[in-house]
Design a protein around this ligand. Structure first.
Ligand code: DGL
Length: 360
């Protein structure tokens, strides 16, 4: 074999050995996604007196590092680290926590060192936080919100597996650019439609009529559909300079109603009112007059429905063109409130706000 071939073979062997050394030296976790867990509290961080305590426990007591250490399997699917954004039961969620959480998510996802985010959260207002983040997160990377219906102290607690699933999704490339996701009980929901449908069952989170985006099975995420509405990087909303959000309140429709509650909200400075109407957003006569008077004072009015499903028809049960009201499309009252709060950070023009309700 001539000298030239021998030299070439020798160079090739040295090169392959050096690559082998490089791979061997490379820490195995470099092949795992980097997932940051941002904790806010809730039942997933709760504690009950006994293993059968599934009501009457204390939410928001277990710190994020303990949540992570309680699920050692996390380290097999991602490089995880945690931050405690808040430690609250989610019925006490505030604009201040929302803005702190959203700004931290955007800061972390701007880094190449972070591949996805998991937010641990109480289930009572998960659907609100999810939709808020869906409108203000400026990244295609996965953001997955997770909670639990039983505290970690309970027999068959659902939190550990929910957290494991959420971390898997946050590190899954296919979960990118799907908007903010909510995953409990192996069901993957989109932020716009997800809602809590039962006070205590483990499968409480659903997107009634429009359905799940996918499932978790055997530690793998399977997607079957995605949202048709704008979210995250497609969103025009920017919370960078915000320290609070405009006040928007919800008035509930029911038989023998009155405008008293509505008038009180307006008197206390509401910049927007969402009306959770009966049926297709129908208005009790006295309440309708209250809304007309509020509109004359510059308060933005969105007609939504207490029904929970279906399209709220513009100019259906009220002449929105004439009254200068906005129709909520399929957003329920609590999600309409979030979109209206963010819309009011951009404009007070009802035509522009109606466009937003048809696009987000
Ligand atoms: N207090 C409720 C909350 O923090 C408990 C419900 C839960 O987290 O599952 O949302």
């Amino acid at each position: 074999m001539n000298r030239k071939v021998l030299v070439t073979l020798a160079v090739l062997v040295v090169f392959l050995c050096s690559m082998q050394v490089a791979f061997a030296a490379e820490p195995s976790n470099n092949h795992l996604p980097n997932v940051k867990i941002l904790a806010t509290g809730g039942t997933i961080a709760g504690s009950g007196a006994t293993s059968t305590t599934t009501v009457g426990y204390t939410a928001a007591v277990v710190p994020v590092d303990a949540l992570i250490n309680n699920v050692p399997e996390l380290k097999k699917v991602a490089n995880v680290s945690g931050e405690q954004i808040a430690q609250i039961a989610s019925e006490n969620m505030t604009n201040k926590v929302w803005l702190k959480l959203a700004k931290r998510i955007n800061e972390l996802l701007a880094s190449d060192d972070v591949d996805g985010i998991v937010v641990t959260h109480g289930t009572d207002t998960i659907e609100e936080t999810a939709y808020f983040l869906n409108l203000v997160v400026k990244s295609e990377k996965p953001v997955v919100i997770v909670g639990a219906m039983r505290p970690p102290t309970a027999m068959s607690a659902d939190g550990p597996m929910n957290l494991y699933n959420a971390v898997v999704i946050a590190g899954t490339k296919e979960a990118r650019n799907k908007g903010v996701l909510v995953c409990l009980n192996d069901a993957i929901n989109g932020a716009r439609e997800v809602t809590k449908t039962n006070t205590s069952l483990l499968d409480t989170f659903r997107a009634p009529e429009l359905g799940y985006l996918g499932y978790m099975q055997g530690g793998k995420a399977y997607f079957y559909r995605e949202s048709t509405r704008k979210h995250t990087t497609q969103s025009e909303f920017d919370i960078t300079g915000l320290t609070d959000l405009p006040r928007v309140d919800i008035v509930y429709g029911y038989a023998n109603n009155s405008r008293d509650g509505l008038d009180a909200f307006v008197a206390h400075g509401a910049k927007g009112i969402v009306h959770a109407g009966v049926g297709d957003g129908s208005l009790f006569t006295e309440v309708k007059q209250g809304l007309i008077d509020a509109r004359k004072q510059g308060v933005l009015i969105v007609r939504s429905s207490r029904v929970g499903n279906g399209i709220l028809a513009r100019n259906g049960e009220a002449n929105d063109d004439e009254l200068d009201f906005v129709a909520s499309d399929t957003l329920n009252p609590q999600k309409s409130r979030i979109l209206l709060m963010l819309a009011l950070t951009k404009t007070h023009d009802t035509k522009e706000i109606q466009r937003m309700f048809w696009e987000y």
